[in-house]
Design a protein around this ligand. Sequence first.
Ligand SMILES: Nc1nc2c(ncn2[C@@H]2O[C@H](COP(=O)(O)OP(=O)(O)OP(=O)(O)O)[C@@H](O)[C@H]2O)c(=O)[nH]1
Ligand SMILES: [Zn+2]
Length: 344
Amino acid sequence: MYHSINHSTLSLVDLGWSEFFDDQIGSDETGLVPVRVATVHRSRMTAQSVAGPVKLRLPPKTNTAYFAVGDWVLTEPRTHLLVRLLERHTLLQRQTEGARTSQLIAANVDTLFIVTSCNEDFNHARLERYLVLANEAGTTPVVVLTKADQTADVSPFLQKAAELQRDLDVVAVNAKSDEAMTALAPWCGAGQTVALVGSSGVGKSTLLNTLAAKSSETAQPTGGIRKGDDKGRHTTTSRSLHPIIGGGWVIDTPGMRTLHVGDVGIGLDILFSEIMELAPQCRFRDCSHTQEPGCAVQAAVAAGTLDPERLARWRKLAEENRGNSVTESGPRGNKTPEFRGKRR
Ligand SMILES: Nc1nc2c(ncn2[C@@H]2O[C@H](COP(=O)(O)OP(=O)(O)OP(=O)(O)O)[C@@H](O)[C@H]2O)c(=O)[nH]1
Ligand SMILES: [Zn+2]
């Protein structure tokens, strides 16, 4: 089976362009060409243009760490010289331990496919961290449960995933099969951008190869999983923008071992909305929901409508977020909130 992308039929809208970006073009910039960043390396970057892939010419002293895969940039038509980065619609980023700025994961992503498999990779606390990341970026999260073909019953996994966040979409697939493509089609239409995150070995590369219908020469290498511990080996090393068959774009991300949270207040409130909605009913406005009298959150735990482990995970993330946020005073309070995504 061989598929090819006919670049001559691509429009800017097919590439993910919208009014949001159009509105940013100055009257003196109409001669410049918008292209979408496809790969970011230490000293070089490539992009997708309506005419196909291009190698960007970078001005001297360009710091490529300020650019993310999925970014829209304006370029000189003949030289492909990078002129200006356009403001992002969404920005997925993560805090790195001890780092003063965050690491950019991907920009202008509509949907984040949070990939986990129907085995012991499934981990509430880890998935909740990915959900916070997506919520904070303004990106719609979808939990994709892979290896549905390797479990007798997917329903407990579907159930556990659906409980992670209100109105969360959850899909179970065999990442190796073309049916995965059909199941994920609602988020992969023309001009839509999805990104894949998840632990090593859950099937991100396999899913990417299915979505992009990679031939064996262009396929991402996939790692054979080690028997016994359900942990894969790291096989993905860099991120890039790939066309999805039938429309849309997919960005793969290298396995992220640690995912710290900071400056994600909105992301946390969306994730734990059932807890947030109880808080105003507590007797004390500054209730810590631990042992205060008249605490609506503790009452929900006692009534069996709120899982105490869920409450404990909220507490842990909220505390970590407080310690890592710029709005807090203290040693980390002088961080500059640069390059933050715009919320919808
Ligand atoms: N049967 C089955 N095997 C799968 C499925 N998804 C992934 N695999 C297998 O699981 C192994 C790991 O998949 P990868 O796609 O390499 O995982 P990854 O998430 O890209 O891993 P990293 O590159 O390390 O981040 C491979 O041997 C895949 O063939 C699935 O849905 N069903
Ligand atoms: Zn309370």
